[in-house]
Ligand binder design. Sequence first.
Ligand code: BDR
Ligand code: CA
Length: 313
Amino acid sequence: MEKIILDVDTGIDDALAILLAVESGRFDILGITAVNGNVPLDYVIKNTKKVLKHTGKESINVYKGASRPILIEPFHEYSVHGNDGIGGALSSIEVDSDDVADMFAPDFIIEQAERHQGELTLIMVGPLTNLALALRKEPRLAKWIKQVVVMGGLVSEAGKGNTLPTSEFNMYADAEAAKMVFHSGIPLKLVSLDVTKKTFLTSEDIEKLKGTHYYDFVKECTAVYRKYSEENYGVNGCALHDPLTVGVVLDPTLVTTASYFVDIETKSELSYGQTICDFGNLWNKEPNVEICLDVDSERFISMFIDTLKNTIN
Ligand code: BDR
Ligand code: CA
């Protein structure tokens, strides 16, 4: 089984990513690391623990990570994810956000990467603060990790960001951290808005889960997101940004990829957090990121639904 650490800022689609990772049965999940992002860190931890409890896998440890970005002030995404981050779902599940594993998330990443050199995959679906802090403390991490698969940015679709016209949320929420990660030499795959915006879980898709353990949760937690998306993009659906990132680790053939040099803008007010891909190699630099160019969305949505249907819960 593939050893992974999942880094989350739970978040509606983070919650769905956790379900996919857990229910795939294909991962040895060493731990889940939490980072400030969609909502403040305490909510991220609470939501993550609630989701794990709902899957029956509370034994997976949650590690508390960075409570704020490296340099800028925290920025949250309540309009998309609701006030609590998971659209008010799982409100009856009691968890204690202080009940976390006794290690800072970046230290846990370093410890596990050293122990499992060449074997550990990091799946990062929030701002990259935890990984940036880990790399700052232990630069050899870049050599120890098998691969880092990141949900973030947009490369071909310039101007179609979701936080600024140029910028995607995870990159915008801590662009300094993203820059440190992109310049670290760590093996990176970027699952950007270019492909994640093509993987929409519609209300019709959700009905296919009727009668299963996850139907109510998926329906309820995505309601606020689907409403936002209907008002803004005319589709009653939830973009599966973070689940697709997990999906790409489960089945890399879901996406077509190519390698380029990508850098992160950190100085501009207009385009803070932009992922700039040097398609024409004008900077004459070695590729540092494998980007995703296209996705087989239908196959991925089926994988997602089938995985959640075929559980023993
Ligand atoms: C990303 O930002 C968050 O709002 C989502 O959870 C996802 O990780 C999409 O831009
Ligand atoms: Ca996320």
